[in-house]
Design a protein around this ligand. Structure first.
Ligand SMILES: *Cc1c(COP(=O)(O)O)cnc(C)c1O
Length: 483
């Protein structure tokens, strides 16, 4: 059977067919004949219905949280309530121009101001900037603030300590800020040992970057002690807050000694991300770093919100103030949940991860099992690899069962890692269905390993050469005419 969906829209073209029928003059006005093109433009000639079917089919080939569980560890792919989009699409927001005078933008500025206060309240930080457009840009901004503080205080510090379980953006951001990176090993329990930090800590240390809970889904219990060690050396504790979903409402990172944190609004506070849209990586800081925050900053003076520049600021890091649409979505989400709802969301996320951990641990090797996990759990392919089935095969086979694969081969310190984060938005039945699929795959790995190794069997394309697909991009459609 010929697969209609896989044809390009150009291949569906049929001479003379069109989606509209406008009155056409014999000849276009006022352009001399010599300049007119001799051949038609080569656009696809299709009817309106064909265009609709084509793009709807493409949309359906895409996987999204609205199609099923999307358990990407560390990425927090939760359902985005539609009310968020409705609010972001209100004409007063959607049509607002960033250069509009503040007399016309008081509502938007109030949202900025309140969202900043919310984030301060949830973290215990003193001040927040909403400008950074992603988690990685938040990290970069946070480190720039630390650089600015040290420079301002005559301290020359050029090293940042980063655990071996960190997200790749951490060393990348530190390098971009001109820091040298020292890697700290995780201990046998998958967390940081203050002794290991102490060994690497010198007068040259500017900061440590800690993800908490870390990418193994484990709470960094020694964070308070590590903070003390750093502070004694005028170094800062940077917290990668991408995993804030596990903490929100439970605790304040300020109590752990955190000096700077970035929030990934597009993960923790819903709003679509990945292929679905842009992000937002606000940064919260303690009081002594506040003077360096990027500008402009929203300030409330009397009853009016205004933009303000500050003399010690690191300046502008992005055009305009953050990704406004994302900020409105996150603000809506927080308002809808309220403080209690935010805490409950976090509790449910942790519960769901622990249900998965418990249900799958007889079938999949669990490298760290000394205590309950936080919002995500990391398994490996150790048991399945006895029949030659690898993490990648299991991930591909999950697609046949209708699930998005989890994050694979990360964190790097776990061989054949499968990092599963269900989030709070999944109902128990869906968690069960996912676990059943994972258990069925574990069984297949024993009884019919070939089936798993050659998966997926039900997707429009099976296995692509991943290196080639990333390095030899074919982005241009070659028409048959040119051959
Ligand atoms: C997602 C993530 C980041 C980077 O965030 P982006 O918005 O993708 O730039 C950094 N650290 C951790 C732990 C993450 O999960």
């Amino acid at each position: 059977m010929q697969d209609y969906r896989r044809k390009l829209i150009f291949e569906k073209s049929s001479e003379g067919r069109s989606a509209f029928n406008l009155y056409q003059k014999e000849e276009p006005v006022s352009i001399p004949k010599t300049f007119l093109r001799k051949e038609p433009m080569g656009l696809p000639q299709v009817s309106e219905l064909e265009v609709i079917r084509h793009y709807v089919a493409l949309a359906h080939s895409n996987f999204s949280i609205e199609k099923g569980l999307y358990p990407l560890g560390s990425c927090t792919m939760k359902y985005n309530p539609k009310i968020n989009d409705q609010m972001a699409c209100l004409p007063g927001f959607a049509n607002l121009h960033p250069y509009a005078p503040t007399s016309l933008t008081q509502g938007a500025l109030k949202i900025f101001h309140e969202l900043e206060r919310w984030l301060c309240e949830l973290s215990g930080m003193h001040a927040v900037t909403l400008i950074p457009a992603a988690g990685a840009q938040g990290e970069y901004t946070g480190l720039r603030l630390i650089r600015a503080y040290h420079k301002d205080h005559g301290l020359n510090k050029n090293t940042v300590l980063i655990p071996d379980s960190a997200h790749g953006t951490n060393p990348a951001s530190a390098a971009l800020c001109g820091y040298e990176i020292k890697k700290i090993p995780s201990n046998k329990d998958g967390i940081l040992d203050p002794k290991d930090v102490e060994k690497l800590l010198t007068d040259d240390t500017a900061a440590i970057m800690i993800t908490n809970p870390n990418t193994l889904g484990l709470f960094e219990e020694n964070i308070g002690e590590i903070a003390k060690l750093l502070h004694a050396k005028d170094a800062f504790l940077y917290c990668d807050g991408a995993n804030f979903n596990a903490l929100m409402g439970h605790t304040l990172v300020s109590k752990m000694g955190v000096d700077v944190i970035q929030f990934n609004l597009h993960k923790t506070f819903s709003t679509p991300h990945g292929g679905g849209g842009p992000g937002a990586g606000p940064v919260g800081v303690v009081q002594k770093l506040e003077p360096y925050l990027p500008t402009p900053r929203v300030q409330k003076e009397k009853d009016e919100f205004i933009w303000k520049e500050f003399p010690k600021s690191i300046g502008h890091i992005k055009a305009f103030y953050g990704n406004f649409g994302v900020l409105v979505r996150a603000y809506t989400y927080m308002c809808a949940l309220g403080k209690e709802g935010i805490l409950k969301a976090s509790q449910m996320a942790v519960l769901n991860a622990n249900i998965i951990k418990t249900k799958l641990k007889s079938a999949y090797h669990l490298p760290y099992d000394h205590k309950p996990c936080m919002h995500e759990v990391v398994f490996t392919d150790k048991k399945q690899s006895q029949t030659g089935v690898k993490t990648l095969d299991i991930a591909k086979r999950l697609m046949d069962y209708g699930f998005h694969p989890p994050t694979v081969y990360f964190p790097l310190i776990v061989q054949g890692a499968m990092m599963i984060e269900p989030t709070e938005t999944e109902p128990p039945e869906e968690i069960d269905r996912f676990c059943d699929a994972m258990l069925a795959i574990a069984k297949e790995a024993e009884t019919d390993p070939q089936k798993v190794k050659t998966a997926p069997h039900t997707t429009p394309v099976a296995r692509v050469d991943e290196v080639k697909a990333a390095r030899q991009l074919i982005l241009k459609y070659q028409t048959k005419i040119s051959s």
